[in-house]
Design a binder for this molecule. Structure first.
Ligand code: NAD
Ligand code: UDP
Ligand code: UDP
Length: 343
């Protein structure tokens, strides 16, 4: 076997990052739906480096091939262009189900499609997992708590969601995804994991996805006005992408079946956040208050006691360090964008 691994290693072209070669006991075939997106592509990197076989299924609605280009052609990697609202027949051991638009402007652009992805799409992924006996991790969200009247939010809180508001397609979509997962688990004796992910940022976020991190960084880099929606006294808690990836993999491999919050508990008002980014980036931007958005959750901070207890997980990357990496990424993206505009 060692000889075989040596031969395989020697055959891999040099330009791929160095992956571990696992034997059949440890190596899994892992499906990542939405794997060409921001979170998914970082998960792909980590699982590929660990030596697993990774299959990405994505319809490229908000994801892009560029996010996983480093793996295209690698014998452990496969990229399938597919919309999960249609059935999918492949063979895998484990599924990270991430496919869904995630930023408010994206999921509001086509609310019916967002609902179909989170209902029909999730049913297809659970049906696939049922046939295979594969474990599924559902990427849920802090949005299941809506505009919370309990603070910080523990997993036992049932939430405060407007079922007919502009965010409902996503919030209710994710709530039904969770319900489906537990209904399948109970009825079909399946192995389910549910991560309630709080605001996450880092390289490969979409430049134009309208989220606060990408908006503020781009505005600061281009000396534009930094747009704070409403009073700016609403709060969020931001976690860096590598911390989330650690948490997702720990949760998938744990024995814990109830939902687990994954987020950074350090909370900032949006006003503070605007100042932090302005100071980090420098430049001549001014901060301005513009019209507030409808149903904007006013406070959000995860209670991560459960993740600490059952996964021994907590975020490690300080905000300034994570933001600096993100600013560097956006600088590179802008340069490339301006270059391609000119040429
Ligand atoms: P993203 O938009 O970058 O990635 C989502 C991916 O899913 C994209 O590649 C997109 O093309 C794909 N997709 C969407 N609909 C699809 C469909 N019908 N069929 C196949 N592929 C489809 O978003 P992200 O930030 O990487 O989020 C990933 C997951 O994590 C989502 O489920 C999201 O709800 C969840 N989440 C993210 C955050 C965050 O702050 N980023 C917070 C909470 C939850
Ligand atoms: N499904 C799929 N791939 C599979 C198995 C099932 O996409 O390998 C889809 C199938 O189209 C079905 C859904 O998953 O509509 C739910 O499957 P389940 O077995 O729960 O229900 P049923 O097939 O009885 O509708
Ligand atoms: N926000 C803002 N200016 C922007 C974009 C967002 O003030 O240019 C605010 C938004 O109103 C919300 C917070 O920042 O209160 C986080 O918004 P985002 O869309 O990033 O994520 P959400 O947590 O609302 O899904």
């Amino acid at each position: 076997l060692k000889e075989k691994i040596k031969i395989l290693e020697s055959r891999m072209p040099k330009h791929y990052p160095e992956v571990r070669f696992l034997n059949y006991v440890h190596k899994k075939r892992i499906l990542i739906t939405g794997g060409a997106g921001f979170v998914g592509s970082h998960l792909v990197d980590r699982l590929m480096l660990q030596g697993h076989e990774v299959i990405v299924v994505d319809n490229f609605f908000t994801g892009r091939k560029l996010n996983v280009e480093q793996w295209i052609g690698h014998m452990n990697f496969e990229l399938i262009h597919h919309d999960i609202i249609n059935p999918l027949y492949i063979e895998v051991d484990e599924i990270y189900h991430l496919a869904s638009p995630a930023s408010p402007p994206h999921y509001m652009k086509n609310p019916v499609k967002t609902i179909k992805t989170n209902t029909l799409g999730t049913i297809n992924i659970l049906g696939l997992a049922r046939r295979l006996g594969a474990r599924v991790l559902i990427a849920s969200t802090s949005e299941v708590y809506g505009d919370p009247d309990i603070h910080p939010q523990p997993e036992t809180y049932w939430g405060h969601v407007n079922p007919i508001g502009p965010r409902a397609c996503y919030d209710e979509g994710k709530r039904i995804s969770e319900t489906l997962a537990y209904a399948y688990a109970k009825q079909e004796n399946m192995s389910i994991r549910v991560a309630r992910i709080f605001n996450t940022y880092g390289p490969r976020m979409h430049m134009n996805d309208g989220r606060v991190v990408s908006n503020f960084i781009l505005q600061a880099l281009q000396n534009d006005v930094i747009t704070v929606y409403g009073s700016g006294e609403q709060t969020r808690s931001f976690q860096f992408i590598s911390d989330l990836v650690d948490g997702l993999i720990l949760l998938m491999n744990s024995n814990y079946t109830l939902p687990v919050n994954l987020g950074n508990p350090i909370e900032h008002t949006i006003n503070e956040f605007a100042t932090i980014i302005k100071e980090l980036v420098g430049g001549r931007s001014t901060i301005q208050h513009v019209t507030e958005v409808e149903d904007d959750p006013q406070r959000r901070r995860p209670d991560i006691t459960r993740a600490k207890t059952v996964l021994n997980w907590e975020p490690k990357v300080p905000l300034n360090e994570g933001l600096q990496k993100t600013v560097d990424y956006f600088k590179k993206e802008l340069k490339q964008f301006n270059y391609s505009q000119r040429s």
